[in-house]
Unconditional design. Structure first.
Length: 114
């Protein structure tokens, strides 16, 4: 049987990963074993942040709606409850944008659900 030399594919795999980690710090961009660990860790952190970003934006929208609702004489929880009981289907992102960029429209929504 013919002997198979395996250096070519290993080098190709290593170069591909090192190319993906060129902007990492110190040895994490130059040494394969360190780069592999750093690359996997960065992928995990990216995954975690994509989930946290959704949570953070929802918190931001809630705070904005609460501030705007209090300016019109109600609270966030009462406003959201009234929206559900009146079957108004505006989500928190839309309400937040209305409160910031179109305060008159937001005031009309608040008055409608009171």
């Amino acid at each position: 049987m013919v002997r198979v030399k395996r250096g070519l594919m290993t080098r190709k795999r290593h170069k591909k990963l090192l190319k993906n980690t060129t902007w990492f710090r110190l040895l994490n961009s130059r040494v394969f074993s360190r780069a592999k660990n750093a690359w996997m860790k960065s992928g995990l952190n990216s995954y975690i942040w994509r989930r946290q970003k959704k949570r953070n934006f929802r918190k931001l929208w809630t705070v904005r709606i609460n501030i705007a609702a209090r300016m019109h004489g109600t609270t966030y929880s009462k406003l959201i409850n009234n929206l559900y009981t009146k079957r108004v289907s505006l989500n928190r992102k839309v309400l937040s944008n209305l409160a910031i960029s179109h305060p008159k429209v937001f005031e009309n929504v608040v008055n409608f659900v009171k």
